[in-house]
Design a binder for this molecule. Sequence first.
Ligand SMILES: NC(=O)c1ccc[n+]([C@@H]2O[C@H](COP(=O)([O-])OP(=O)(O)OC[C@H]3O[C@@H](n4cnc5c(N)ncnc54)[C@H](OP(=O)(O)O)[C@@H]3O)[C@@H](O)[C@H]2O)c1
Length: 203
Amino acid sequence: MKIAIIGHGNVGGALARSWAAKGHEVLIGAKDSASEKVQKLAALDNIRAHSIEAAAEQAEVILIATPAHIANELAVQLSGAKDKVIIDATNAVMKQPAPHPTLLHAFKAAGFQKVAKCFNTTGFENMANPRYGETAADMFVAGDNAEAKAAAQKLSDSAGFGRCYDFGGDGQVELLEKLALSWINLAIFQKHGRNMAFKVLWR
Ligand SMILES: NC(=O)c1ccc[n+]([C@@H]2O[C@H](COP(=O)([O-])OP(=O)(O)OC[C@H]3O[C@@H](n4cnc5c(N)ncnc54)[C@H](OP(=O)(O)O)[C@@H]3O)[C@@H](O)[C@H]2O)c1
């Protein structure tokens, strides 16, 4: 898949490395594509650096891993990509893109249809490596658009997660952000550490 990644920090960087290693074509879309941090990523196989607009234009899927509160300005910047699949990995739990509760809601309001929330519920260390011995951490996706959810589920498989559970439609997106907050609570506030992940058990 041709994947644009907007936001090349902890989350964007981990997923860029993981997907590129699996043979996906990763296009980092950055404010400053010549920066040392971006160039370090672009030196890896299957990763190239572009402006935000150029990366989005060439991609089939756009992952957003920036602070959530910039959603309104980012939606304007990406307005040429309204027909593309957008995967929202952000959490607006600390600062919302007012008047919207999440980046997904801001993008939907700006006219993007194919938006799904995924890759937000666990720490970036688990995105780099979701394996726990013989098993793998699970992932979760939410949103109304089936095409966006299917793309996110494929990319979750590529990143090595276990099952990517469908959490429901746009109405469940804020609940998925609360699941992220639950992971943050356990890992950080309750001091269980970041090498911890959610797995659904079955019998
Ligand atoms: N950290 C985690 O474990 C984790 C897990 C799940 C979800 N999340 C969510 O994922 C998002 C990213 O978290 P992170 O930890 O990866 O953050 P981070 O390491 O601080 O990276 C943020 C990225 O966003 C870019 N950015 C900031 N403002 C921008 C703008 N106006 N336009 C374009 N790019 C911009 C930054 O680029 P510059 O450096 O060039 O400014 C940087 O590459 C957040 O919403 C967070 O809540 C984080």
